[in-house]
Design a protein around this ligand. Structure first.
Ligand code: HEC
Length: 143
């Protein structure tokens, strides 16, 4: 009790649930965004239409959860980027524009690489898709 182990969620990327964990909100499993899963993730359909409501929600959530690293325009230049040795991805580069919605959804849910944490525990499924829609706007990708 006196010396408990404090878990700092943002310092532990990819910490999966303990084996045997029972989901409390359904049993969603999303494979991590890895080249091997690219085709599979590409088949995920974004259930959220790009409406004004979706974009507003996406903008709001992006501002809270992504902007610190990826910057307001998605250029990878948020205030935290220097602390991550400027490895934060520029979401507007052609390679990122070409990624599927499902891929980006998996990146948000599971995190990416060693430095981007998971957001599945912080963003609902709907919110992840709203963010995908909003990032498409930052990318200038027509829908
Ligand atoms: C703590 C900083 C941080 C936050 C917050 C963050 N990211 Fe990232 N993100 C990164 C870094 C660093 C990379 C590059 C990781 C690598 O290449 O190893 C990255 C990569 C990505 C990629 C590219 C993956 C690929 O295909 O190469 C996408 C898409 C992305 N982030 C979207 C988001 C979205 C959307 C959010 C908000 C939900 C978000 N990120 C929040 C740091 C962050």
């Amino acid at each position: 009790m006196k010396r408990s182990i404090a878990i700092e969620p943002y310092r532990v990327a990819h910490r999966g649930p303990v084996p045997g964990t029972v989901p409390i909100t359904g049993s969603e499993t999303i494979p991590p965004a890895l080249p091997a899963n690219e085709a599979l993730l590409g088949r995920l359909t974004n259930p959220m239409q790009t409406t004004a409501v979706s974009l507003e929600r996406g903008r709001d959530r992006y501002g809270i959860y992504c902007q610190v690293c990826h910057g307001p325009e998605g250029l990878g230049n948020g205030p935290v980027a220097p602390a991550l040795a400027n490895t934060v991805r520029n979401l507007t580069e052609p390679r990122m524009r070409a990624r599927s919605d499902g891929w980006m959804y998996a990146v948000i849910a599971n995190g990416f690489g060693a430095l981007m944490p998971e957001y599945r525990s912080k963003l609902s499924r709907d919110d992840r898709w709203h963010i995908v829609n909003y990032v498409r706007v930052l990318q200038g990708v027509a829908r």
